[in-house]
Design a protein around this ligand. Structure first.
Ligand code: NAD
Length: 294
């Protein structure tokens, strides 16, 4: 069993860290929030007074922080993890951040540094069924796999440093575009007098089929488990989709890709998030319905 340092015990990090505890690892944790530390201690974690103290002597150091600037600060700035990590320790950032910062960390910290963002949300973190998208050296990925397996069902090695973040940005941009497209099809169907179920029955078995339609249908009825059936309680919050679309557009600009629909999706989710950031991202159908004639 490993000695693990876990920094960032928020909505995702706390259940992930506690799954490591449940798997029998010794987990030393740190967060800026006192309630997060209390919940971690109640679940069997060892609370430490700083990230650097947690990392001292640990064989594995994991971070799960809000955004790139927090990750940069936690690892690379004065008093941060970089000055405390033991030689040979495995270093894993699971936060969703920009590709550039992920590559900067790997360049600064070496071949044991992995970027490993997740999909599956808080429910997946609690159930230990997350999917990890991992960038970094194959040897480090192999060493990390048994640790990640305690938190996630699927681990995909996507390539070198930053490839995990790249996969996450591309996937979520595609998801946003397909969700908006699915919503537009339902709004048009409503205007044409076509029932939701009729459109679903045709499109779900035709060339319009996609995950946003068949698993996450944005209107109530056809897919009983989708957030549309419970007033769009997330699920996957609009604020998080907006963040991920921002990362995708930043990557497109930084690396010279043409993504006009990604840009439009970012604009539409920005408009929707202004008043509905806490709703599920599929609720954007309500904005599209209301837009006509404005
Ligand atoms: P969160 O805001 O609930 O948790 C972040 C935690 O980091 C907080 O407890 C905060 O106090 C702590 N923190 C911030 N700076 C710190 C520092 N310097 N040192 C120690 N602790 C610090 O966020 P979350 O929902 O857990 O998301 C974490 C990451 O996972 C984000 O990058 C997010 O995009 C990604 N993610 C979230 C979801 C989701 O459904 N919530 C799904 C997939 C990926």
């Amino acid at each position: 069993m490993a000695d693990i340092a876990f920094v960032g015990l928020g909505r995702m990090g706390l259940p992930m860290a506690l799954n490591l505890v449940k798997a029998g690892h010794s987990v030393k944790g740190f967060d800026l929030s006192m309630p997060a530390l209390e919940a971690f201690a109640a679940g069997g974690g060892i609370v430490m007074p700083s990230a650097a103290k947690a990392a001292q002597g640990a064989g594995v150091v994991i971070t799960m922080l809000p955004a790139g600037r927090h990750v940069h600060e936690a690892w690379l700035e004065e008093g941060g993890l970089a000055g405390a990590i033991a030689p040979g320790a495995l270093l894993i950032d699971c936060s969703t951040i920009d590709v550039g910062t992920a590559r900067e960390l790997a360049a600064a910290l070496g071949p044991r540094m992995l970027d490993a963002p997740v999909s599956g949300g808080v429910m997946g973190a609690e159930a230990g069924t997350l999917t990890f998208m991992v960038g970094g050296e194959a040897e480090a990925f192999a060493a990390a796999d048994p640790i990640l397996a305690a938190m996630g069902r699927k681990r995909v090695h996507c390539g070198g440093a930053g490839a995990g973040q790249a996969a996450k940005a591309c996937n979520n941009m595609l998801l946003a575009i397909s969700m908006i497209g699915t919503c537009e099809a339902f709004v048009l169907a409503e205007k044409l007098g076509l029932s939701h179920q009729a459109l679903y029955d045709v499109a779900s078995t035709s060339s319009g089929q996609c995950w946003s339609l068949t698993t996450y249908c944005p209107v109530p009825g056809p897919v009983p488990a989708s957030p549309a059936n419970r007033d769009y309680v997330p699920g996957f919050a609009t604020s998080l989709m907006l963040k991920d679309l921002g990362l995708a557009q930043q990557a497109a600009e930084d690396f010279g890709a043409e993504t006009p629909l990604g840009r439009l999706a970012l604009d539409l989710y920005g408009e929707f998030a202004a008043e509905h950031a806490g709703q599920d991202f599929s609720a954007i159908i309500t904005m599209l319905r209301d837009r006509h004639g404005r």
